[in-house]
Design a protein. Structure first.
Length: 90
């Protein structure tokens, strides 16, 4: 699966500050999956905890985040929401 491209479905990127995660729908090989990227991953990449700028941090590090999202998806493709955390960074 590492060779497959994961893309963000346009218009689905959303900051869920209450749950401390950025959510999006990703598409790979014509299949859509719901992802939730935890703030700890954004903090690990950006150096600071998100403070109203979680989507901006996500967009700045989107290549790394999409790679981590593929790692998280590889653990269980049947989960309703793929949780992506700092542990998924390589």
């Amino acid at each position: 699966m590492a060779d497959d491209a994961l893309t963000i479905v346009k218009g689905t990127l959303e900051d869920n500050a209450g749950d401390r995660q950025v959510e999006f729908v990703g598409e790979i090989d014509g299949e859509e999956y719901q992802f939730a990227v935890q703030y700890d991953l954004l903090e690990a990449l950006g150096g600071d905890a998100p403070d109203g700028d979680a989507v901006e941090i996500f967009e700045r590090y989107s290549d790394d985040i999409l790679e981590a999202s593929l790692t998280a998806l590889g653990r269980d493709m049947e989960q309703p929401v793929v949780i992506v955390s700092e542990n998924d960074l390589e």
